[in-house]
Design a protein around this ligand. Sequence first.
Ligand SMILES: C[S@@+](CC[C@H](N)C(=O)[O-])C[C@H]1O[C@@H](n2cnc3c(N)ncnc32)[C@H](O)[C@@H]1O
Length: 227
Amino acid sequence: MKIDKSPETIHKMFNSVAQRYDSLNNLMSFGTHNYVKYMSIKNLDIKPHDSVLDLCCGTGDLARIVKKIQPEAHVTGIDFSEKMLEIAVSKNPNIPARQVKYIQGDVTDLPYDNNSFDFVTMGFGLRNISNAEKAVEEAYRVLRPQGCFLHLDFGKKNIVSKIYDKTTPLLIRLASGNSISYSYLINSKKIFPLPEELIKDFESKGFKLKKREDYLLGVISAQIMTK
Ligand SMILES: C[S@@+](CC[C@H](N)C(=O)[O-])C[C@H]1O[C@@H](n2cnc3c(N)ncnc32)[C@H](O)[C@@H]1O
């Protein structure tokens, strides 16, 4: 299966779904994505004043959860879709110390020095990047030694996952009248490596596996890697 993952196409697609992204995520996952995101961040044991970079932050779910769990952390979210970022920024609280800093940028070319962050996170992002290897290399480069990289995305391709693949486009069509972007989601999910393959890819870039956590019968998987 060939999918167009050129940065231009992906950028345009996320800009066009940005307004509906959160509500469709809630619908497609029956709200469970919030639980999975919360649990995977909780696993990281982020301390006050730790620095956290959320790659492909989108509308800011993971970055906000970090701030909720550890309000004293310094959190930056980066994404190339200005429309997704507009929504993320609009969700920042009024108190400056409680805010996430959002930056527009490409995660395959991060504007940070080597070893800059204690944690790097990425949820449901890598699957959309044509040069995924470069994004992983960049995550490794900006992470400090012994820091943690959390990668979260779809995992096992089991019966639950297959039911999801069949029902999602239908749900989206009923809810929004447009299933084009979400057919992309299903197709990108089908060709995305399994968690065990991803771990090998991450290890080939220098990461070491700290922990793997599977959620929702393995449909979603988190890999926590150290540098
Ligand atoms: C499926 S969304 C995930 C958003 C968020 N992390 C979440 O869990 O809801 C994928 C995001 O990756 C962003 N993205 C894709 N390729 C990117 C790249 N090369 N650089 C920066 N952002 C990128 C898209 O703009 C989009 O906001």
